[in-house]
Design a protein. Structure first.
Lengths: 427, 429
């Protein structure tokens, strides 16, 4: 009944699944978790079929809800990310709170939510400012207001933060200093962890749902494949932190993840709804030129392939090679996010971060690997995908559409200077 | 014993010649029991040994000030080097703070992880800020140019993988029964690095925009400290806040007025030097010439006519930057001291007296830098929002072109633009 190698779905609040399993009163780890012999491996557990059913049931609900939100569009996905964030922050804030001290510090919890609100304003303001401007270009008054707000966005957020900082200092109470500073540091760590990954997730979403859906699906596939391989073949324990994970599960899942990354990218890359970037905050349908990454290239099958292989040519989208890299990361490095969370729970002697999802624990339990993957997906996208998809035509489009005539002239002269300087340096 | 507390005073460099006073620091840095008395017995005005402690603090303050001015004279790169050195010392002090010897013996090599993350953070932060400057320095050499360009392009990925490697290393070194200590150290390391690097990165960014934007805020904090100290010395009666029992309302208000006034005057003096006001676009160390911009060109205001006739000046010339300096002065006197209160509270929470003992009379580097940190961040944000002209889209697109297209593609783009303009010139008059 531990959380570990279970099938996991993406984390959306589950619907109405009944709580088939009764949870123990406290969140304490039962004492047999540290045994390293084989008796607790999943292969030998007799109740595993029942727990698998419970987990599969809630997984289906989560996957269904997730697919529905994807269909609805970018804004709704963003709303889902925000909701998940709030749940995670709530779970994590309450983790280290101690009721005795809390009673003597009324209003201290408000401080957490003040910082949460400030962080949300800062992070989403930065990412979505350009898109917000694009949405209100039609209305003159609104455009001016929005431009003004965006110009002073950083100062506003800074002063909100400083106000929270001063509030914290003014509420410091004698003999509670250590607790209060600990809570302050804990709040900062939580907000940084939660908001880094969610801001990168949202940035990815608006570049094209593909870059959000593919990494998330790969983590899910890795989890499920590891669970199934461990279920049938698991014998050698992987790491002391998570006693139920096995090397067979790990390796089998890696292979399965990479293959499915390659295939999934092909399937997902055909839908314009998933591959087009969203330039503003509208919710309607999307049409665009997907760019060179999503145009299929055909490869002829080499001669040494057996004759019964029906296809002589394979059409591969260039994005599938990127998907292989994402799959490799998802199977090898992203599980360390899970190990980190396991170690963390052992350090603080808790069993799960929360209990919102039956069979899985809280939101944070589901999102731990997703967080590492989201950050990587964003950085990968910014470093390797964006430069490739920038062609001369796209930059020309930008120049002709976004700049005024004088600005275009200025660009032309500056570019001329750069080119001339280089030619002078080379000759 | 209260005289040895950190309170307000100007920043100093640490020189070994100043340990005149024997410090009883051998055993521990524990707080002695009386600092929380609120009656007048702890205020500076009534302290009999205050003259001697003031002499020691002044002595080390003068040395620090001298060293600081020398570094300013040497230039941008040396100031950055000084910032980096101060950073390393601060991080050392702070890492030390929460380490417990007993656990540390069971975890050999664990302290290496701290410095590994420190190195990664330094690479990331300074790489981001100085990438453009680095490119401008190596444009002469073809090979270096390409090397530097590709390093910058993949800078974020490199730093990310270094961080992930550190996290994986951390997870693989988790030892049973030490989990709580190790996670606590991990979180503490992150907090320290974030605090130290945010403010130092903003400081360095400000330096390269013009030494003025680094010197002015730093001097304002120092002025505020010194002024509050002297006003408290002579007039202090009403305690200000329980956290720092020696600070007084008279010192606070007197310090604020003095800071704002000196901000106005100091900006005028500092703004006359091109060495201080010109931005540095690359990593060279030579002399600087530039057009300082409208902020540093004096504007003349005539005095209104009702002023009495014996005043010799008819008007006053004000650099527009002095109005910005007023805002900086206001922040330095009212909000920056909260950085000091935060540090005081932190020291009480962990029952330590000072963060370190590098500087005689003042404690460690973190004790001196606590208000500077809050000010540096504000100075950067203020500068980016109110002083710097907005980066226009021309710059952004030019940046994209230079970074993402190859040389041939850039030249092709240039030809295509030229053709479009020739065609357009017949349409637009």
């Amino acid at each position: 009944m531990h959380k570990d190698t279970g099938s996991s779905g993406p984390s959306t609040p589950s619907g109405s699944s009944a709580r088939l399993r009764r949870r123990r009163g406290s969140n304490e780890v039962p004492p047999e978790a540290d045994k390293a012999n084989g008796s607790h491996l999943l292969v030998n557990d007799h109740n595993k079929y029942k727990s698998m059913l419970v987990r599969a049931h809630s997984s289906f609900w989560m996957i269904g809800g997730f697919a529905f939100i994807i269909y609805m569009g970018h804004l709704y996905i963003w709303a889902m990310v925000v909701v998940i964030q709030i749940f995670m922050a709530k779970e994590l804030f309450s983790l280290l709170r101690r009721a005795h001290e809390d009673r003597r510090l009324p209003g201290f919890r408000l401080l957490n939510w003040h910082f949460f609100f400030t962080a949300m304003l800062f992070v989403y303001g930065r990412i979505l400012s350009q898109r917000l401007v694009n949405t209100v270009t039609t209305d003159k008054v609104l455009y001016k207001i929005v431009s003004r707000v965006i110009k002073y966005h950083m100062v506003t957020c800074y002063f909100l933060y400083i106000a929270g900082f001063m509030w914290f200092i003014l509420t410091l109470k004698k003999k509670m200093y250590k607790y209060q500073f600990g809570q302050y540091a804990w709040t900062h760590m939580i907000l940084i962890v939660v908001f880094t990954q969610s801001s990168f997730t949202v940035a990815n979403i608006f570049e094209g749902i593909f870059w959000f859906l593919l990494p998330a699906s790969l983590i899910v596939i890795n989890d499920i494949a590891a669970y199934i391989f461990g279920f049938f073949f698991g014998k050698t324990p992987l790491i002391k932190l998570s006693p139920k994970k096995t090397w067979e599960g790990f390796i089998g899942a890696s292979v399965a993840t990479m293959i499915s990354a390659f295939l999934l990218a092909n399937i997902l890359g055909r839908f314009q709804w998933l591959t087009c970037p969203r330039k503003d905050l509208s919710t309607g349908w999307l049409q665009c030129d997907p760019g060179p990454l999503f145009k299929p290239e055909t490869f002829t099958v080499p001669e040494w392939f057996p004759e019964w292989f029906p296809w002589r040519e394979i059409s591969v989208l260039p994005v599938q090679w990127h998907a292989l890299c994402l799959g490799l990361f998802a199977s090898i490095i992203a599980p360390f996010g899970g190990f980190f969370a396991s170690g963390f729970k052992r350090a603080f002697k808790i069993k799960d971060f929360g209990d919102s999802i039956p069979g899985h624990g809280g939101m944070t339990d589901r999102m731990d690997c997703q967080m590492v993957m989201a950050v990587f997906a964003y950085i990968y996208h910014q470093s390797f995908v964006v430069p490739q998809s920038l062609s001369i035509e796209m930059i020309m489009d930008q120049i002709l559409m976004n700049l005024t005539f004088e600005e275009q002239q200025a660009l032309y002269t500056k570019l001329g200077q750069i080119v001339e300087e280089r030619q002078f340096g080379e000759s | 014993m209260n005289m040895m507390q950190k309170q307000h005073s100007p920043p100093l460099p640490s020189t070994p010649t100043n340990r005149i006073r024997q410090r009883r620091r051998a055993k521990s840095l524990e707080v002695l029991p009386d600092p929380s008395k609120l009656n007048g017995g702890s205020l500076l005005v009534h302290d009999q040994n205050k003259y001697r402690s003031m002499w020691i603090r002044t002595h080390s303050s003068l040395w620090m000030l001298g060293g600081f001015i020398l570094i300013l004279y040497l230039g941008h790169l040396y100031i950055c080097a000084m910032v980096v050195v101060i950073q390393i010392l601060m991080a050392s002090e702070l890492f030390q703070l929460r380490r417990r010897v007993h656990e540390d013996k069971q975890l050999p090599g664990f302290w290496l992880i701290n410095w590994y993350f420190f190195f990664t953070a330094m690479l990331y932060v300074y790489g981001r800020i100085l990438s453009q400057h680095l490119v401008n320095t190596v444009t002469s050499d073809q090979f270096f140019y390409r090397l530097v360009n590709s390093l910058i392009k993949y800078h974020m990925v490199i730093c990310y993988f270094l961080y992930i490697a550190g996290m994986v290393w951390f997870i693989l070194t988790l030892k049973k029964k030490m989990y709580k200590y190790q996670f606590g150290q991990y979180a503490w390391t992150h907090m320290i690095l974030i605090v130290v690097f945010t403010q130092s990165s903003f400081t360095v960014a400000n330096i390269f925009e013009g030494i003025f934007w680094f010197v002015l805020p730093a001097f304002l904090i120092a002025t505020n400290d010194v002024a509050a100290y002297f006003f408290g010395f002579f007039f202090g009666r009403t305690p200000l806040i329980k956290l720092s029992p020696k600070k007084t309302w008279e010192g606070f208000i007197g310090g604020s007025v003095a800071t704002v006034v000196s901000a106005f005057l100091l900006a005028n003096i500092l703004g006359q030097f091109q060495w201080l006001t010109c931005p540095r676009k690359d990593l060279s160390t030579g002399w600087l010439h530039c057009d300082p911009g409208p902020l540093f060109k004096p504007e003349y205001y005539f005095f209104p006519i009702w002023l009495p006739e014996w005043i010799p000046w008819k008007g006053v010339s004000v650099l527009p930057v002095q109005w910005h300096a007023l805002c900086l002065g206001l922040f330095a006197s009212i909000i920056a001291p909260f950085g000091g209160f935060f540090a005081s509270g932190l020291k009480r929470a962990f029952k330590i007296k000072d963060f370190g003992d590098s500087i005689p009379g003042h404690g460690g580097f973190t004790d001196r830098m606590d208000c500077q940190m809050v000010m540096a961040i504000f100075a950067y944000i203020y500068f980016q929002s109110f002083v710097l002209p907005q980066t226009n889209s021309v710059e952004m697109i030019l940046d994209q072109i230079v970074r993402n297209l190859s040389f041939e593609e850039q030249e092709r783009l240039y030809m295509m633009l030229g053709q479009i303009f020739k065609g357009q010139q017949f349409v637009h008059p």
